[in-house]
Design a protein around this ligand. Structure first.
Ligand SMILES: C[S@@+](CC[C@H](N)C(=O)[O-])C[C@H]1O[C@@H](n2cnc3c(N)ncnc32)[C@H](O)[C@@H]1O
Length: 108
């Protein structure tokens, strides 16, 4: 599917680390934002040439993002690190109606 399709407009990867979970999104999404609280992780992500908007910040406070503006939010190997009630509230605020929050991890 092409990126001009509305459902593939804006994806945010929270707790994106060095971007390894974020870069694949840029293949299909028009605009991708990666957010991580660690400046060193974001610096690593920024060292790779891409059109992703990487930012240092808290997933619980996406102040730069308007209400109901995000189509997909991904949270990989991350959800156990954070203040979940604050995060759920913020995710609910920024996701558009019908938007998707994908929380994933792995079990060893
Ligand atoms: C295990 S790493 C996962 C990185 C990436 N999602 C991946 O799959 O490779 C978890 C990341 O969450 C970040 N993190 C922890 N608390 C955070 C918060 N409140 N807001 C944003 N990022 C946070 C850490 O700095 C770390 O880079």
């Amino acid at each position: 599917m092409q990126s001009e399709t509305y459902a593939y407009n804006l994806a945010i990867d929270v707790g994106c680390g060095n971007g390894q979970s974020t870069f694949p999104l840029a293949k299909t999404w028009k605009h991708v934002i990666g957010v991580d609280v660690s400046g060193s992780q974001i610096a690593e992500a920024l060292a790779v040439k891409s059109n992703i908007d990487f930012r240092v910040g808290l997933a619980e406070d996406l102040y730069f993002q308007q209400d109901e503006s995000v189509d997909l939010m991904t949270a990989g190997i991350f959800i156990h690190w954070i203040n979940q009630p604050c995060f759920w509230k913020e995710a609910t605020r920024v996701l558009r109606p019908g938007g998707v929050l994908a929380v994933y991890s792995f079990n060893t």
